[in-house]
Write a protein that binds this ligand. Structure first.
Ligand code: HEC
Ligand code: HEC
Length: 350
């Protein structure tokens, strides 16, 4: 009897000690036309890992978003078909479900919408059109059965919309909070951060001004405001063509017609979506959750370490005429820089 009681108490204690993996996150937004079901999530996971959906049968979503590497590839810029490189760093898919827009320039409105992009990107999956995927799915020995279970449709009725819905549902399960920071700020039993990390949180909120963009709310923290800013990263790529581009746009011409290299086009960021000159060089504020695990950093993977990132902010970014007014020299001491780094390392989920 006594032994049983002890066992029971032990169990209760160990359950309480386990961190809530969602602690610190707001409710997950789920679109009304794509409810989560366990069958759909399982199907989405298969599709995410299927490398038959590429022109040479070697690339899947997981090639650049590795499930065992925090859903990144660890490279500065993504590598796709035949070793071709892109212009942008592959962000993690973990917690992407909370973003209001997807891609670093926000050109997709939902995870469903986003998943359409890579399949027909010439250096990613490299397919001519989405029909190629539907063909593979319809002729597969297992998929038709699973699509029937999930969507109640016949093989001939499967479309790319069903495929991206399943992938998006799977991605909505890739969420994680419960970091030391979350247990410290939002947990019921107030967990202590190290003194250094605690000071770092203070710098993050005040002297560093980080929290104006990487937001922390009273009951959750996404570390993003879902807005776009020019924080002065790699803007020098644009300097040689900037005056001509501005003159071109001022003449009322469509900037898509202005000759640019792929790299320059990429560096324009949010401007590619809105065509507003004021959006030149702006990128989406990324979450900082699990940031210690997702090097290299920034839209072009140009910073290898968090130390480099902190130096970037400390000097006020690379000056350019579109840089945001919230980016300015911070004059942090060595100790303050170390504390800020320690704080960011406390954002890793278990
Ligand atoms: C060749 C590498 C590669 C492949 C393959 C790939 N991605 Fe990506 N992914 C990237 C890069 C690079 C970006 C950022 C591109 C940009 O913002 O312009 C990205 C962005 C994303 C984002 C947006 C994240 C954010 O922070 O906004 C999601 C979600 C995503 N990919 C999911 C997928 C899915 C689903 C597939 C398969 C259908 C896929 N990716 C295939 C490299 C890849
Ligand atoms: C004006 C808004 C703004 C402020 C202030 C700001 N950031 Fe950022 N942060 C961004 C944006 C936008 C990016 C993405 C830029 C890019 O990809 O080129 C970013 C990127 C980062 C990254 C890299 C993320 C990744 O996944 O590559 C880190 C780390 C970071 N910020 C930390 C900080 C810290 C620490 C501070 C305070 C010292 C800070 N930020 C202040 C907007 C801001």
């Amino acid at each position: 009897m006594r032994f049983l009681l002890k066992l029971l108490l032990g169990l209760v204690f160990s359950v309480c000690a386990l961190a809530d993996p969602y602690l610190g996150l707001p409710p997950l937004p789920i679109p009304a036309d794509n409810p989560q079901t366990s069958e759909k999530i399982a199907l989405g996971r298969l599709l995410f890992n299927d490398n038959r959906f590429s022109s040479d049968g070697t690339v899947s979503c997981a090639s650049c978003h590795h499930p065992d590497k925090t859903f990144i590839d660890g490279l500065p810029v993504a590598k796709g078909l035949n070793g071709q490189t892109g212009t942008r760093n592959a962000p993690t898919v973990v917690n992407a479900a909370f973003y209001e827009t997807l891609f670093l320039d926000g050109r997709a409105k939902s995870l469903e919408d986003q998943a359409l992009g890579p399949f027909v990107n010439p250096i990613e999956h490299g397919l001519e059109n989405h029909q190629a995927i539907v063909d593979v799915v319809q002729k597969d020995t297992n998929y038709p059965q699973q699509f029937k279970k999930v969507f109640a449709i016949k093989a001939s009725e499967i479309t790319i919309d069903h495929v991206v819905k399943a992938i998006a549902s799977y991605e909505r399960t890739l969420i994680s909070g419960g970091s030391p920071f979350d247990r410290h700020l939002f947990g019921r039993n107030h967990v202590m951060l190290s003194e250094s990390a605690e000071r770092g949180l203070g710098i993050f909120k005040r002297k560093g001004n980080c929290v104006t963009c990487h937001e922390i709310s009273w009951n959750n923290a996404l570390f993003t405001d879902n807005r776009f800013y020019n924080i002065g990263v790699s803007f020098k790529q644009l300097t040689p063509i900037l005056d001509d581009l501005i003159a071109y746009v001022d003449q009322g011409k469509n900037p898509d017609g202005f000759p640019l290299t792929a790299l320059q086009r990429s560096e324009l960021g949010r401007f590619n979506v809105t065509k507003n000159l004021s959006d030149i060089g702006k990128f989406k504020t990324p979450t900082l959750r699990n940031i210690a695990l997702t090097a290299p950093y920034m839209h072009d993977g140009s910073m290898k370490t968090l130390e480099e990132v902190v130096e970037h902010y400390d000097k006020g970014g690379d000056k350019n005429r579109f840089i945001d007014t919230k980016i300015f020299p911070l004059h942090l001491t060595q100790q303050e820089k170390a504390d800020l780094l320690e704080f960011m390392r406390a954002l890793t989920s278990p």
